[in-house]
Ligand binder design. Structure first.
Ligand code: GCO
Ligand code: MG
Length: 438
């Protein structure tokens, strides 16, 4: 019986075989209008029109005039990303099909064997976003349409209010509220209160470290944040949603106490309460306070989000889109969040290029589990000249420009006017000179 069955199967296959061989490959109808297009070249464009080093990948194709742009901005090590793109990515990509984004992502990701990490992921993000830009242009649609269309009319954003005193912070919050912002991040001085404590730290008096190293007074910071929340709530009321970025600079137990003391001021979220190196504190932190948390701008890999989501450790995903490798992996984390009611709050400060801000916004428009978008960053005149088509802000909302693709272009002649630098200073020390995670 078994041999008979196999015989008949082989027979039918044989039949099928001969039938399949006889019908030449028929390109699906949509592909008739979109002949396969290859990558002609990949290059890095480095520019700093507003001071922050920005890196953009330009993917040129075999179809004249068709190219894509993607953000690869790792501002502190920009030159290293340019090297990865110029020395490896161009060679890897030339002649490959522009259409297979997931395959290109997976292929470049493993092409170095040793993988992951900020430099290669930023380079990969530039390629990924550029391929989505090209696909949108080919489909003659904005990228958010390829991601499933709009789940909201525009993208609510939060502004950055800071000051050296609580009064200055309050005044800054009111300015944002007057401009229609419903969400505002409040910081006293720099992260960790750096720059607000006049006293000369002991390490500097002792001549330890470098003159430009920052000083954080941990005690001043931990006791100052609840007072700042109190001052802003008293002056600005309950209307405005308030968030704060601890920026992973405090000790876990201090963070637990700080969060307990700001609960009554109903923070929208407290960001980066722990450093990636301290993720083992999440269980205790989560069980100690009810404030919502946002985390993830320093995460490199989609897998870093799984356990925290499964355990409901944080409520908002703070992905820096180029740090994780672009739109393709960011969409995976966003979709995963839906299962655990974790919402997006993409990273959007000045060291994201306008192309990256647009990529953020296209995902923000499409995903259901959108939380908020960082957006207190307004594009300067120079930046808008270098990047025609920058997203726009109005009344606390971010708008993409509805053009096909990501909608942002680049003027390379203008970009060349603002060369990038190599100096970045993320050294922060405690009173005795101990390095603090920045
Ligand atoms: C934020 C971030 C940034 C980072 C900066 C690092 O929440 O906006 O923490 O300010 O510190 O992007 O280069
Ligand atoms: Mg942050």
């Amino acid at each position: 019986m078994k041999t008979m069955a196999m015989g008949s199967a082989a027979g039918s296959l044989g039949l099928l075989g001969s039938k399949l061989q006889s019908t030449p490959y028929e390109a699906p109808s949509y592909a008739k209008a979109m002949p396969p297009i290859k990558i002609k070249s990949v290059k890095a464009i480095a520019t700093a029109p507003s001071g922050s080093n920005l890196i953009v990948v330009k993917v040129e194709t075999t179809e004249s005039g068709l190219y894509g742009l993607g953000c690869a901005t790792f501002t502190q090590r920009a030159v290293a990303v340019v090297a990865a793109i110029e020395s490896y990515m161009n060679d890897f990509c030339v002649g490959r099909d522009v259409d297979n984004i997931e395959d290109m992502w997976q292929a470049f990701y493993v092409s170095s064997y040793w993988r992951n990490g900020p430099v290669l992921n930023n380079a990969l993000s530039g390629l990924d976003q550029a391929l989505w830009d090209i696909k949108g242009k080919r489909a003659n649609m904005p990228v958010y349409q390829l991601l499933g269309g709009k789940s909201r009319f525009a993208v609510p954003v939060y502004g950055h209010a800071s000051g050296r005193t609580n009064d200055e912070v309050v005044a800054n919050v009111k300015q944002f509220m007057d401009r229609g912002f419903k969400y505002v991040r409040i910081q006293l001085g720099g992260y960790g209160g750096v720059g607000t404590v006049p006293a000369k730290p002991d390490f500097r008096a002792a001549g330890f470290g470098a003159e430009r190293d920052g000083f954080m007074d941990e005690r001043e910071y931990i006791t100052g944040v609840p007072k700042m929340f109190e001052a802003v709530r008293k002056a600005c009321g309950e209307e405005v949603e308030l968030m704060h970025d601890i920026h992973e600079r405090s000790q876990p137990m201090d963070v637990i106490n700080l969060c307990r003391r700001v609960e009554e001021y109903r923070p929208f979220f407290i960001e980066d309460p722990l450093s990636p190196e301290n993720t083992h504190w999440w269980k205790q932190l989560r069980e100690s306070t009810s404030v919502p948390f946002a985390m993830g701008e320093l995460f490199n890999n989609i897998n870093e989000f799984v356990q925290p989501m499964v355990n409901h450790y944080f409520d908002f995903i703070r992905i820096h889109i180029s740090q994780i490798g672009g739109i393709t992996p960011a969409m995976k984390v966003a979709r995963l969040g839906e299962w655990f009611n974790v919402k997006t709050a993409w990273h959007g400060p000045g060291d994201v290029s306008p192309v990256g801000h647009a990529a953020n916004a296209h995902i923000d428009l499409a995903v259901w589990n959108f939380g908020i978008q960082e957006g207190g960053y307004f594009f300067s005149e120079k930046e808008q000249t270098v990047f025609p088509g920058c997203p726009t802000f109005k009344d606390g909302y971010l708008y993409v420009n509805e053009a096909p693709g990501l909608g942002v272009d680049i003027n390379e002649k203008e970009a060349a006017k603002y060369p990038i630098g190599t100096r970045s200073n993320w050294i922060v020390r405690g009173r005795d000179g101990t390095i603090i995670r920045p």
